[in-house]
Write a protein of this length. Structure first.
Lengths: 333, 333
DNA sequence: ATGAAAGCGCTAACAG
DNA sequence: CTGTTAGCGCTTTCAT
């Protein structure tokens, strides 16, 4: 029983003009005489009129709303990835006056493209087909954090390969040779690239890969703990440095190491990934690889907006990752 | 240039029936003969038809989408409050097939109620007027984490007063008398209630309030750090226990304490608030007060859904907080 | 049980 | 620069 609020016709009547003219000032068309524009604007104010988005969408075909699709995969919530992304995207949408539809999806259902004028995919995990169908339906789309090979969509990703290499090179530069990697979930491209970067960096410096030194996880702290324990359990063969695929896992590794009576960085050096602010504090501030999450979100919205406005070519942006040196690494003894 | 997809008319033609009948089966009206329903359903499948939400909304007045309004106040992002809430709400919306519109708002703009059939406010911070106008416009609404006094809206909050009391009583039970409180941002009701609970618990046991023991913050780790330093700077008068308004601040306090060469819990006991999983690890696992964030989100969606479906009475739910005892507290010496 | 027709509130040609 | 008119794709009386 919501009170029926003013419609465009009421405004037109009050202003003594046609609804077309009202529509024109609403849509900021240039072809309205100044005095009439004023009249309309006043009528709008008096009536507290605001156009029905549904009618606008139906008549004009513009929705002004975009969707953010986040795969409802546990791991995506382990880091602060999701929140930072939402924050970046949400803030920019607010500024651009875009409505943001949020889908935490299992990936099975297909999105109803009729509702939105564009879609941002926060990574692709089990929902590649949603991306594909968006492309097929020619809905403007951009994928975040996944340098989409074989898919013709715009994307904005972070250079995980380079980031990982820098991390490992830094460790090698410190004299480490026994470098382990607690990897993320191989279901994510980011984790795969970080692992690949780790391998390439090792290889480039002629250090042989040790299978015992590579442990794959689901990004959870629980699995990080087990990984760290396994690594320490190698005893004499235990690594002197560990490159961990996320800061929250790195923090867990640090905790395990301390529990076992070892020290970071004196006994074992640690490099994380994310630049999660909570890694600044704690027993030792973490050396890590910074991922510009908020920026990725913003870039994605910007690109999507351009696509919606008619931009044709897709663009694949690869943002650089940056090694942030703090206190969790040391020259090997 | 999106290819025009099938409309209800196409379906009607293919099925050899009227669009009215098609509309009926879409809306699961009972008055359709079984064989005709089958025909329509098949046509729908063949044409991959899905109704235009905008047209539906315009014609029928039902949107199927709700809004989640999150005040874009820094502090709300410091804890994992926002993410957990989004997670709970988003997941349930997915299950209920509701579209979720997310607004990270400064609180100044008024929401366009025509777009949604209901609104969830994730706390009220600088945007009380948005809540008020929703009420005025009779848009179904529910407020989270704010036991809205003076506002006739449904709400689902957590019992911060009781939670804080339990925390402090626990500390008192351990023999502590010099108990400090690093409070949250007084702009939030939660912080005010936690402070109030702290005071009441002290008072009930006849412990006099010490102004030096109460430090208000903005929930940030930076301010938590300064608060902890100030508290430790009291030297002989320093507290033997600190009740901290959030886990992330509590973690920071622990860090400061260790830096100063003191131990937790041997020298100082700490109780946090949130049950943030990251407080499980680290140097000492944190005793804390659990806040059922995801549940709050789910309850909010459920209540909103009922309101949308015609439920008249508003309901104010107060979820209990639960003290989780772990390792950061000890009997005073 | 089914269909014809009248809107829902707006935008977009097309005239003037 | 402004107004007239025809839809946008559905739901809903109201007949049949």
């Amino acid at each position: 029983m919501r009170t029926k609020s003013a419609g465009i016709e009421d405004v037109a009547r009050l202003a003594g003009l046609s609804i077309t003219t009202v529509s024109r000032v609403i849509n900021k068309a240039a072809t309205v005489r100044e005095d009439n524009r004023k009249k309309v604007e006043e009528a709008v104010r008096k009536l507290r009129f605001s156009p029905s988005p549904h009618a606008q969408a139906l008549a004009g075909g513009k929705t002004n709303t975009i969707a953010l699709v986040i795969p409802r995969y546990e791991g995506i919530f382990y880091s602060f990835y999701a929140l930072e992304l939402i924050r970046g995207i949400g803030t920019l949408c607010d500024a651009l006056r875009l409505n943001l539809l949020l889908y935490l999806t299992e990936g099975r259902d297909s999105l109803n493209g009729k509702l939105v004028s564009g879609i941002i995919f926060a990574d692709i995990i089990n929902n590649r087909f949603q991306v594909e169908s968006a492309i097929k339906e020619k809905i403007p789309a951009v994928v975040i954090n996944n340098f989409t090979e074989g898919l013709s969509v715009s994307c904005v990703a972070v250079d995980n390969l380079q980031g990982a290499k820098e991390a490992v090179n830094y460790l090698i530069g410190l004299g480490h040779k026994k470098i382990a990697h607690i990897a993320g979930d191989m279901i994510t491209q980011a984790a795969r690239f970080r692992l690949e970067g780790y391998k390439q960096a090792l290889c480039a410096r002629g250090i042989k890969e040790n299978p015992d030194y590579i442990i794959k996880t689901d990004y959870s702290r629980g699995q990080a703990r087990r990984a760290a324990e396994k690594l320490l359990g190698l005893n004499a063969d235990a690594p002197t440095a560990i490159f961990v695929a996320s800061d929250s896992m790195a923090l867990e590794a640090v905790a395990v190491i301390k529990e076992k009576g070892k020290r970071v960085p004196e006994d074992i050096s640690i490099v994380g990934f994310d630049d999660n602010p909570s890694a600044l504090y704690g027993p030792v501030s973490l050396t890590t690889v910074r991922q510009p999450l908020i920026k990725m979100g913003e870039e994605a919205v910007r690109e999507l907006n351009n696509l919606i406005k008619g931009k044709k070519e897709i663009t694949r942006a690869m943002l650089p990752a940056e090694l942030i040196v703090r206190d969790s690494c040391k020259v090997v003894q």
